[in-house]
Ligand binder design. Structure first.
Ligand code: ZN
Ligand code: ZN
Length: 249
């Protein structure tokens, strides 16, 4: 008779086909990169000049991006392995809107890699929440899937906790101008009744950081609850300033 552990391995493989498929186009891949050889050409790694605070890719001379230079920032640092465009943007949008939550397992490998490379120290791992209405519609929170996979990969499952709740529906951030994104989320997050972050170094996981409004509002809740440090880790980031013209989306 087949041993149970073997059976669960097989089931896991069967249920997780994207482990062996390109997260962008779905083509078979035979390594653990998660991108096929064509799509990897369209991946922009975020490893050039970056904002000293939030880690977003920068082109000009400045050390800080427009958001970090002018805003009240509650998170201490932020990191993301990718820039938000090309194949990674496709993979994230599929993860969110096309019921491809399994993409989170592949993208979480890059989060884990970044955490190790940057020597991040944390004693709690959490994720940006979505509202109850969105959860009902999508059936999963992609940030939670990323955080769960991240903890699995690094064997830190005991550090994972739900710390923030989103108490009201907000307009989708991607449909708003940059300045509206900042006000859209104010007051929509609360501390989870079971959150335990006092004196802790919290790692906050989310899929994308653009203006940083989501991670900043979440970090505000965590800091007010006594977190010593909040470091944001997102799959991808892109700088958007106050003058951002949103017509492309
Ligand atoms: Zn591909
Ligand atoms: Zn910045």
């Amino acid at each position: 008779m087949m041993k149970i552990s073997k059976l669960t391995d097989i089931l896991r493989d069967f249920c997780a086909p994207t482990e062996y498929r390109c997260v962008c186009c779905g083509r078979d891949v035979f390594d653990r990169l998660g991108f096929c050889s064509d799509c990897i050409e369209r991946v922009r790694f975020n490893n050039g000049k970056r904002c000293l605070r939030c880690g977003v890719a920068l082109n000009g001379e400045a050390d800080y991006c427009g958001n970090c230079a002018f805003d009240k920032i509650y998170f201490d640092r932020a990191y993301s392995p990718f820039c938000y465009d090309g194949a990674v943007r496709d993979a994230i949008l599929d993860m969110k809107f096309n019921n491809l939550g399994a993409n989170a397992r592949v993208l979480a490998r890059y989060l884990a890699y970044t955490a190790v490379r940057e020597k991040l120290r944390f004693d709690a791992v959490t994720f940006a929440p979505i509202s109850a209405g969105s959860l009902k519609k999508r059936r999963y929170n992609q940030a939670r899937l990323l955080a769960e996979a991240f903890c699995d990969i690094l064997d830190k499952q005991t550090l994972l906790q739900e710390t923030i709740v989103k108490i009201r529906e907000t307009d989708p951030q991607e449909k708003l101008s940059a300045s509206d994104r900042k006000t859209n989320l104010i007051g929509c997050y609360r501390l989870h009744p079971k959150a335990d972050v006092k004196g802790k170094h919290v790692l906050l996981i989310d899929d994308v950081k653009t203006t940083g409004a989501t991670v900043n509002e979440c970090a505000k809740v965590l800091k007010r609850a006594g977190a010593t440090e909040v470091v944001a880790l997102t799959v991808a980031s892109r700088e958007e300033n106050f003058d951002f013209d949103n017509s492309e989306e």
